[in-house]
Design a protein around this ligand. Structure first.
Ligand code: ADP
Ligand code: MG
Ligand code: MG
Length: 338
C-alpha cells in the first residue's frame, strides 16, 4: 500500500445521538428510519437531544467509512477531506479520526460552525436530521490546493451526501480517476439523494467503478429513474450496465440489505451474486447506526488491497459487525484484525 492510497471526500459531521420516542419524531415530522437535511423548523432538535443526555460521536457517512478503512489498513493509508468550522466540535472530529490514524485535511470555514447530525434512536430504528453548516462550504478550490494528495491516491471514495454540496469537487475526482485509470467509488448515501439530487447523481454515474448503497437507496433510485421494479438484483444489474467513461474497469454494484444477503452485480456479467450476512446475536447489537458506512469501509479496504470480490464483501461484513457492537459509528479498541 502506498501512502494515502485512499482519498475520501464528504461532509464531516458531529453526531448528536440520543434515545427518543414517537413524540419527538412527531414534533419534527420525522420518519423512524430516514436521513434528511434540516430545515429551519428542525433546528430545535439538537437541544432536545442534548436534553435527553445525547452522546457526541464523530459521524458523517464517508468519514465513518474512511475511519473504517484506515482501521483495517496499514498506517497512513487513508486521507479524508471536507469542510468544518473553527470550533471545539471540529477538534472532537480530528481527535476521533486520529484515534484510528485517519489523516484529515479539512477546509476550515471562518463563519459557519461544524455540521451536526441529530440521531433519534427508537428501538432498532434511527432517524437522522443533518444541519450541514460548515460542511456545506466545501469548495473545489480546496481540492485543487491539495492536488498532490489527489495525485498520490489510487482510489477515491465519495459519499453521495456530498452531491448536495460540491458537484465540481466530486467531478474533479471522477474525471481524474477516469483519466488516470484510478478507482472511483460512490455511495448512494440516502433515499433522498437519488430522489432529489437525481441530475447531480446521474452526472457522476459514468465514472462509477464501484457504487454502494442499501436496499432503500436502490429502490429510491429505481423509482426516480422509472425502472418499474423493486427487485434488488434487477436494479443492481441495471446500474452495472449504465454507460461507463473508463472502459478499462468493469463496474461493480454492491447493495446491502441489513440482515438479508448482500447483492453484487458486475458489468457484463449475467449472474448477480448474493452473499449471506453472518448472523449476529441480538444481544450483541449495541447500535446499527453506521452499519452501511462500516461495510463500505471494510469493502474499500479490500479493494485497495486488491482482494477478490468475495473477500471484499466479507471484509465489509466483518467491519459492519464490529461497528454494530459499538455505540455510534465507531470501531472497537484494542484493534481487531481481519
Ligand atoms: P445501512 O446502515 O446503510 O442501512 P445495512 O443496514 O444494509 O446498511 O447494513 C450494512 C451491512 O451491515 C449489512 O450488509 C450487514 O453486513 C451488516 N448488518 C447490518 N445490520 C445487521 C444486523 N442486524 N445483523 C448482522 N449484520 C448486520
Ligand atoms: Mg439498513
Ligand atoms: Mg447507509
Amino acid at each position: 500500500m502506498g501512502k494515502y492510497e485512499i482519498l475520501a471526500l464528504e461532509n464531516p459531521l458531529l453526531d448528536i445521538q440520543a434515545v427518543g420516542d414517537q413524540a419527538l419524531l412527531d414534533k419534527y415530522g420525522l420518519k423512524p428510519n430516514d436521513a434528511i437535511l434540516a430545515e429551519e423548523k428542525h433546528m430545535g432538535i439538537y437541544e432536545d437531544l442534548i436534553n435527553r443526555k445525547a452522546d457526541f460521536n464523530a459521524g458523517g457517512a464517508a468519514q465513518n467509512t474512511a475511519r473504517g478503512a484506515q482501521y483495517i489498513l496499514p498506517e497512513d493509508s487513508v486521507v479524508f477531506v471536507g469542510c468544518v468550522g473553527k470550533d471545539k466540535y471540529a477538534d472532537l472530529l480530528v481527535e476521533a479520526n486520529k484515534k484510528v490514524g485517519l489523516h484529515t485535511v479539512y477546509r476550515v470555514d471562518e463563519e459557519q460552525p461544524t455540521g451536526r447530525c441529530g440521531v433519534v434512536i427508537t428501538g432498532h430504528d434511527r432517524s437522522m436530521c443533518t444541519d450541514l453548516a460548515a460542511a456545506n462550504c466545501y469548495k473545489v478550490e480546496h481540492l485543487k490546493e491539495n492536488w498532490d494528495l489527489v495525485k498520490q491516491a489510487k482510489l477515491y471514495f465519495v459519499g453521495g451526501y456530498h452531491l448536495t454540496v460540491s458537484v465540481p469537487a466530486i467531478m474533479a475526482l471522477a474525471e481524474e480517476a477516469a483519466k488516470e485509470n484510478k478507482i472511483f467509488m460512490l455511495s448512494l448515501s440516502a433515499p433522498f439523494i437519488p430522489q432529489f439530487f437525481k441530475d447531480q447523481l446521474d452526472q457522476t454515474a459514468p465514472y462509477w467503478d464501484y457504487v454502494v448503497g442499501n436496499e432503500t437507496e436502490a429502490r429510491s433510485y429505481a423509482a426516480s429513474h422509472d425502472l418499474n421494479t423493486e427487485d434488488i438484483p434487477t436494479i443492481a444489474r441495471h446500474l452495472a450496465q449504465l454507460p461507463k467513461a473508463n472502459s478499462q474497469r468493469k463496474r461493480t454494484v454492491i447493495i446491502t440489505q441489513g440482515t438479508d444477503p448482500t447483492v453484487v452485480a458486475v458489468q457484463d456479467e449475467d449472474k448477480v451474486h448474493e452473499f449471506p450476512v453472518h448472523a449476529i446475536d441480538k444481544s450483541e447489537i449495541a447500535d446499527t447506526t453506521g452499519a452501511g458506512d462500516a461495510f463500505a469501509g471494510g469493502f474499500v479496504a479490500g479493494v485497495a488491497k486488491g482482494e477478490s470480490l468475495k473477500t471484499c464483501v466479507d471484509m465489509g461484513q466483518w467491519l459492519a459487525h464490529l461497528s454494530i457492537k459499538e455505540l455510534g459509528p465507531a470501531y472497537p479498541f484494542p484493534k481487531q484484525t481481519y
